[in-house]
Design a protein around this ligand. Structure first.
Ligand code: TXA
Ligand code: MG
Length: 328
């Protein structure tokens, strides 16, 4: 059910959870300081109880009230990229009121979202808002009110419809507490390239983090549709039984139609055109909608065809999402 931003604030004040739009993906929002609202988020998503929630703020000043400090490097990045599709790991003081949202962790991941409606909601609530992606745990993140309705509509008090999310994949998560080394814990639209421009001297680490480091999204299975999805290097690896789907870029589709139709009757394969590699912004924006459309096709499995996603931050973020989506 769609509700207004004003109604959302009332519901949040009463400890309810509602879905809200952000520029990355829709969030399942609850008052970050209210333990019963936090419990509801976990229940609605069926989220493992030890998987902490990102907390959303309307300004850098509001963040300052909840963390031990904002280290200089983090502040520089925040001032440059926030509000925007980037989240920062920061230290909490002892006995922090955010400890329920962070599942007892001494760190919180904070984000100032770039969506006017969500920012207004946070300002009017005047408290931080915990909001993981508004999907059942393990499923694809929603990028429209319709996608949230289909997955969680029955379980929540309402959805604030703020249109299709502009970015389409979750925020970059950065640990920039230490000025010498900046860790990218989850890739997103803002990446090494953009960060290095602001901090030319910094060492940015985004590959092969050690097990000791908290790497969001690696502990739990993420981002998968219900249909099993695999990665193949070549169309020859497609199974010969029918009822399958192939997820390809527009360029791959053009290259392949002929080769595939020689081996199969094309109508037996559902092609999902992810969009052109020359417009990754658009491709990312529709990526999760395309993925979730798989579950409506009634296919028994689906395949990504290996692709070079390039060196842009968004290309690398899409590559890392695909690695997590595919079954091994
Ligand atoms: O774009 C986004 O970041 C979206 C929108 C709604 O803001 N939110 C989002 O939240 O993607 P979620 O919960 O789906 O993903 C957050 C990731 C999870 O993998 C979680 O384990 C990790 O961040 N995380 C959150 N708080 C953490 C903490 N205190 N320490 C370590 N990891 C944390
Ligand atoms: Mg999520």
């Amino acid at each position: 059910m769609n509700i207004s931003a004003q109604r959302a604030v009332e519901l949040l004040k009463d400890g309810n959870v509602v879905a809200v739009p952000t520029e990355t993906v829709y969030g399942l929002a609850g008052d970050a300081l209210n333990p019963s609202a936090i419990a509801k988020i976990f229940e609605v998503k069926n989220r493992p109880a030890d998987n902490p929630l990102i907390c959303h703020f309307h300004s850098v000043n509001q963040v300052k009230d909840f963390v031990t400090e904002i280290p200089a490097t983090t502040l520089t990045l925040m001032q440059h990229f926030s509000p925007g599709p980037i989240s920062f790991m920061l230290d909490l003081p002892e006995n922090s009121s955010l400890k329920f949202a962070t599942c007892g962790s001494a760190q919180v991941i904070v984000r100032i979202p770039d969506h006017p409606v969500f920012l207004e909601i946070i300002k009017n609530l005047n408290r931080p808002v915990a909001a993981p992606s508004a999907n059942t745990s393990g499923r694809v993140s929603p990028t429209s009110a319709e996608m949230v309705e289909k997955d969680l509509g029955e379980k929540i008090e309402g959805i604030v419809n703020g249109g299709v999310s502009q970015i389409g994949i979750e925020s970059t998560i950065v640990d920039a507490r230490n000025e010498n080394e900046i860790f990218i814990l989850r890739r997103g639209a803002i990446g090494e390239n953009e960060i290095q421009k602001i901090l030319p001297e910094a060492k940015i680490i985004s590959e092969k983090l050690s097990d000791q480091q908290t790497t969001p999204g690696t502990k739990y299975r993420h981002y998968s549709p219900a249909t099993p999805v695999f990665l193949i290097n070549d169309v020859d690896e497609l199974p010969t039984e029918k009822n399958t789907a192939l997820l390809v870029t527009e360029e791959q589709l053009n290259d392949l139609r002929e080769a595939v139709s020689r081996k199969f009757i094309t109508t037996e394969i559902h092609f999902i055109d992810l969009g052109s590699i020359t417009d990754l912004d658009m491709l990312a924006k529709h990526f999760y909608r395309n993925l979730s459309s798989l579950d409506q096709l009634g296919v028994s499995n689906a395949f990504f065809l290996k692709n070079d996603w390039g060196d842009s931050s968004l290309g690398k973020a899409l590559q890392s999402r695909i690695e997590k989506i595919v079954s091994h």
